[in-house]
Design a protein around this ligand. Structure first.
Ligand code: DP6
Length: 320
């Protein structure tokens, strides 16, 4: 009745922002992401007789704040009348700061919960269950490039290209640690209800997905760069125009964008993307990773740099 799973966060190149069904956590738009290799979350779930409530330790400390969402994740996989669980989660990167920690945490928890109860579920089903807890988590059930499609009554996940056939690198520039002001779930609802740009955002997503899919198919870095930056800035424009406005960036975030523009001007193959937080993720070709890391590390206000390649799908492992 115990299992441990590992999952890596993923970074969306074509973003998920907005929900069409809050209760089932179904996204309003499809998305395309890359799963990372070096950042990871390990979660162990032990289902125990005689335990009156779930317990959660995050990086060794009891965590009441995340407990309700983790318990709800177990309910989705195992049903409401399940045994209570002792859960432990360890991440090797800052959590809740716009680094997609919820993606890896809920992907790993879903896989560990199914493992602890000996359920034999396919990857697509596990992805749907993970997505019901956190939309982006569905994508971490797959490695490499992944597309999340909005199907009639659910989501469908499709791997687009595996890790080895286009080994991009990602340099994460951390400009601020600590939890973000507004969680994604709440922020998406504010955008849906108040942003004058929201409907256009949803309407244009299919086109952006098509362009990105074709670029990935042809390994066309320049085309992927253009559409990913456009999609990212469009999502942030939706947020900025919401009421109240949601600006996740700080001054160093902006300086990182300028660094990426300078690198592009010098001929480096790199583009930026930013999620619901102040960190900048620079995606580049392997030949450019040293120049990109160095330039971002030297950008004023950058506190830390993490470099990672693309990684594999969430999976069960032996132990924590
Ligand atoms: C900006 O998956 O965290 O990172 O489903 O409400 O848990 P919930 O949202 P979440 O949102 C991710 C938003 C994003 C873009 C993306 O990853 O596609």
């Amino acid at each position: 009745m115990q299992a441990t799973a590992i999952a890596q966060p993923n970074i969306a190149l074509i973003k998920y922002w907005g929900k069409r069904d809050i209760d089932r956590n179904l996204p309003a738009v499809g998305s395309i992401s890359i799963t990372l290799s070096d950042l990871q979350t390990k979660v162990s779930v032990e289902l125990r007789d005689g335990l009156s409530d779930d317990i959660l330790l995050v990086n060794g400390d009891e965590n009441q704040a995340m407990l309700p969402r983790m318990s709800a994740c177990l309910d989705k996989v195992l049903g409401q009348s399940r045994l209570r669980a002792s859960m432990q989660s360890h991440s090797n990167f800052p959590i809740a700061a716009g680094l997609a920690s919820s993606a890896s945490a809920f992907a790993a928890t879903t896989v560990a919960a199914a493992g602890a109860a000996n359920l034999s579920l396919g990857t697509q089903d596990l992805a749907r269950l993970a997505g019901a807890s956190s939309g982006s988590a569905a994508r971490s059930l797959y490695g490499g490039f992944v597309e999340l499609k909005n199907a009639d009554d659910n989501i469908t996940l499709t791997p687009l290209c595996d890790v080895d056939s286009w080994p991009l690198q990602v340099v994460v520039a951390i400009t601020q640690t600590g939890p973000k002001a507004t969680g994604s779930t709440e922020a998406m609802e504010i955008s849906r209800e108040t942003s004058p740009f929201y409907d256009n955002w949803v309407a244009q997503q299919e086109y952006d997905l098509e362009v990105a899919r074709a670029a990935i198919d042809r390994r066309d870095f320049a085309q992927l760069a253009t559409i990913a930056e456009h999609n990212c800035l469009k999502m942030h424009s939706v947020m900025w125009a919401s009421r109240p406005p949601m600006v996740f960036w700080n001054a160093a975030t902006m300086r990182c964008l300028q660094t990426v523009r300078r690198l592009q001007g010098e001929g480096h193959q790199v583009f930026f993307t930013i999620d619901a937080g102040p960190q900048v993720k620079a995606v580049c070709l392997p030949a450019d990773v040293d120049a990109v890391s160095q330039a971002l590390a030297e950008t004023s206000g950058v506190q830390e740099i993490m470099t990672t390649g693309l990684g594999s799908a969430a999976r069960l492992v032996e132990s924590l």
